[in-house]
Design a protein around this ligand. Sequence first.
Ligand SMILES: NC(=O)c1ccc[n+]([C@@H]2O[C@H](COP(=O)([O-])OP(=O)(O)OC[C@H]3O[C@@H](n4cnc5c(N)ncnc54)[C@H](O)[C@@H]3O)[C@@H](O)[C@H]2O)c1
Length: 689
Amino acid sequence: MGNLNASVDLRRDGEIAIVTVDNPPVNALKHEVRAGLAEALRQSRDDVAIKGMVIACAGRTFFAGADITEFGKPPQPPGLSEVIAAIEAMPKPVVAALHGTALGGGFELALACHFRVAVAGARVGLPEFKLGLLPGAGGTQRLPRLVGPEKALRMIITGDPIEAREALADGVIDTIVDGDLTEGAIAFARRVVAEGRPLRRVRDRDDKLVAEGFADAAEALTRRLRGREAPAACVEAVRNAIVLPFDEGVKREGELFRKLVAGDQSKAQRHVFFAEREAARVPGIPDGTKPRPMATAAVIGAGTMGGGIAMCFANAGIPVTVVETGRDLLQRGLDRVGANYRATVARGGLGADEMERRMALINGATELDAVRSADVVIEAVFEEMDLKKRVFADLNRVAKAGSVLATNTSTLDVDEIARATARPQDVLGTHFFSPANVMRLLEVVRGAATAPDALATAVAVGRRLGKVPVTVGVCYGFVGNRMLARRSVQAERLLLEGALPQEVDAAVTDFGFPMGPFAMADMAGLDVGWRIRKGRGERDEIEDALCEAGHFGQKTGKGYFRYEAGSRTPLPDPEVERTILDASSRAGIARRAIPEGEIVERMIYPMINEGARILEEGIATRPSDVDVIWVYGYGWPVWRGGPMYYADQLGLAHIRDRLTLYAERSGDDSLRPATRISRLAAEGRGFAS
Ligand SMILES: NC(=O)c1ccc[n+]([C@@H]2O[C@H](COP(=O)([O-])OP(=O)(O)OC[C@H]3O[C@@H](n4cnc5c(N)ncnc54)[C@H](O)[C@@H]3O)[C@@H](O)[C@H]2O)c1
């Protein structure tokens, strides 16, 4: 009894033993916790005066998972599975007391307890899939026995937790406790003991293990996850729950887990997990720098981005004022926001009352004076330098002292915009991605004069909005779009040299991107770039010819592909093929068949090359920041870890050699390997090591 170690305490309340774990911040099941739990179980089992047991956690949550820093390292006994087996084998009732988020190994531990009670706000789930894994401590065998195989597989493959109320309805938990959780759990345990209720072991249940419909459900859940190893393993494990005896199912689950955890995909996904955390640490912000207080926000411009950004604030419960140039434009912007919310409600993604609450947080105005009290102002007007400078000069006059003034520019010089004010220390970029209310990436652009606490504020705001903020420096296109531009150049050249849009897109989607460059261009619309080029007297052989023939993309039913009415499925278009062949012959290029391998290399390696230059220039802080940007902003397949990680896996000498080859073959010196690649390759190193 007493403190068993620094993380685990065991006490008695009459005939009930209470083990309380306190391992901040999220009670990860690290070695010390497991050892303490095993000892608590042993003492409680051997003490004849103890008739029942409660497992609870201090702090903000029940165990939120295994300690992932231990993954892939030699296991230190007792392992989680041993602790879980000891819980299940206890001859006295064990009650898990859940609050916060019981996730992963934490939820698996709870599933092995004989009873589970929870506070109303608790959530339970198995997020291992998000790291390219499956639940490896019995979760794939126990959860199907409680909720049925189909729902279990859905919970495992989405990784999304469910609320206590739903868990109660499904029979995952036995009761919801009002008032003090531990007291409630002790009272529950006492009742179980007093009533002499039999121990209920999840492993012994099979009433919900129906095979019917499982194969179809599995197919539907995994259809969009091509290229990944974990889905098939999850399906197999859950199917085993139906067809194999429990112990064999657990044994096979362990084998599948060990295979995934040692595999390249899960390693890459764990890299991204840590990279995201690392990105939150911004160099140059002194320790102890506090973000400025942020209670209200304003957005200038109610267009595509302004409306989406306003929704981000409303979704986070932050009042936001949207400023437009006139009543009609304002109304149009707010109507679009309303339509967007209503579509989400119609899909079942949001309650109607919650929609009303969010809409009520968005106020419209046609005078800039309305931003006077905002703590953060985000400008999202047209992409024109003179206009942006005028807006910032006005903001300088109107906005209260200390408010953070941010521009959502995609390409313009944030420092030049900052100089339009007398407070450049308060100015920075917040580069949202479209649709702003959906995309997780936020490039926070640090200007030459940006104050550390202004930067810290922007990062903190990004996190409150549920974004993944990555701090970058000022340059054309910042990190993501600057790299993307290299891919676009190659995509166009591949068409001229012999490829067709469907071949290029197929190579890119086979690599794991959700969409290829030409389907993406069709979605964004080809006409914007065409008008800009015309204004500048520039020409893009293929795209301009397509625009001249009315191919503006999805909006006109034809672009690089054709689209049938009401469909967004890109279909090969013979007319486009003719346009491309003409362009090749005008350019005097003898077309050749281009192998998929070459297409992939020319889509990916020039971006890696640009990423290397970005690192050389200090525009991105670390290679892993570039990876985070590509995973969260551009659909880079997370199981390939991001472009810089991917390059390291292939080896930089290979990247150097291929870039050199492509540079020589095309005469395009921009394809020559960046200094950083050549240097690291010569040293036998990668970006990260
Ligand atoms: N669309 C994208 O995919 C995307 C992505 C990232 C960043 N951006 C950047 O975001 C900014 C906005 O882009 P968008 O696509 O939303 O443009 P948009 O044309 O849809 O909207 C711009 C809005 O700003 C309004 N506006 C113009 N001057 C104003 C002023 N003085 N005061 C108040 N409102 C004013 C316009 O009436 C218009 O409604 C641009 O800088 C763009 O480069 C766009």
